[in-house]
Write a protein that binds this ligand. Sequence first.
Ligand SMILES: [Mg+2]
Length: 325
Amino acid sequence: MRLDESAMNIPINLNDYTPTILVVDDVPANLDVMVAHLQQENIELMVALSGEEGLELAKAKLPDLILLDIMMPGIDGYETCRRLKSDPLTADIPVVFLSAKSDEIDVEKGLNLGAVDYINKPFSLPILRARLNNHLALKHKSDMLIQLACTDELTRIANRRHFDLIFEREWLRAQRNQTRLSLLMIDVDHFKQYNDHYGHGEGDRCLKQVARALTVELHRPADLLARYGGEEFVVLLPETDFEDAEFIANQLAAAVEKLAIAHKKSTCAPHVTISIGLASQLPGSQASRQQLLKQADRSLYKAKNSGRNQVYGTMSAINEAPAAN
Ligand SMILES: [Mg+2]
C-alpha cells in the first residue's frame, strides 16, 4: 500500500464512508435481487457470475466485503474463499457466505475457511442488512487501524515499520523479476543545530515541510517515502537503476532547497538542505537486502562527510560477495 495523501484522508464520520460490496453468484436473478435490495443503501455494488470472475474482481478492485454463493459451476464458493484467504492481497477482505446449503457441516466448513459470517437463503432482508452493516463497520475500523499502524504520526508519511514490510516485498519482487531496485537514505543537514536554535516546535514543522516536499517530488505509484527515524527519511525506488535514482535524488535535494527554510546554524547553506546516500541493486546481485540498506547508509555517511548538501552513491560497491552468515 502506498501512503499518499488521499489514503491519509480517513473519513471519521461513517456516513461519509461508501463501502464496496462484491456479490458473487452464478444465478443472474439472484444478483438482480441483491442489487435491488442493497442499492438503496450507501453502498457501491459489483457483481460476478462465477468464482473465477469474483477472484479477478476482488484482486482488481479490493472490495470492502464479499458476499459469496457456494454452489457454482467451475470453482465453488468454498474454493473461491480459500483462494481469497491465501492471497495476501485479498486475505483481509471479509467474506460472507450466502447459501441455500444450511446443514451444520456446510456452515462450519464455510466459517472454518475464514468467512466472517454465513447467511442462509432465503434470507431476511433486514437481518442481512444489519449483519452486513456490522461487518462493514468492523472492516472500516480495521482499515483505519492498519493505516495508523503504517503512518508516521508527525509527518503523515509511511513509518519505518511500513517501509520494512514494503522493502521486503519489493526486494523479493526484484529478485524474482531480475529488475533493479534503488534506495535513498536522506538526512536533514545539521538538524540538531536547527532544533537547538529554533526549538522543537519549529523542528517538527521543518520535518513536516521536508516530508511534504519529498512526497510531492515522487511521482511514480511504486516509489515509497518513509520516515526512518528522527530527521532521517528513506525512499524505495523499485525498477529504478542507478542513473535514474541519482536523478530523482537530485530532484529531491532541489525540492528541499526550494522550500528555503532559514537555517542560521547550518554550515552548508543559509537554509535547510539534505544529504542523500544512494545504493542501487543490480539484477542478479547476490547482495542481501540488509547489505543494500547498509550500502545506502554508508553512502549517506560519505555525503555528510564530504560537506553535506549533496548526493553520494556508488554502483560498484553493491556487487559485494554475500555475507558469510
Ligand atoms: Mg449458486
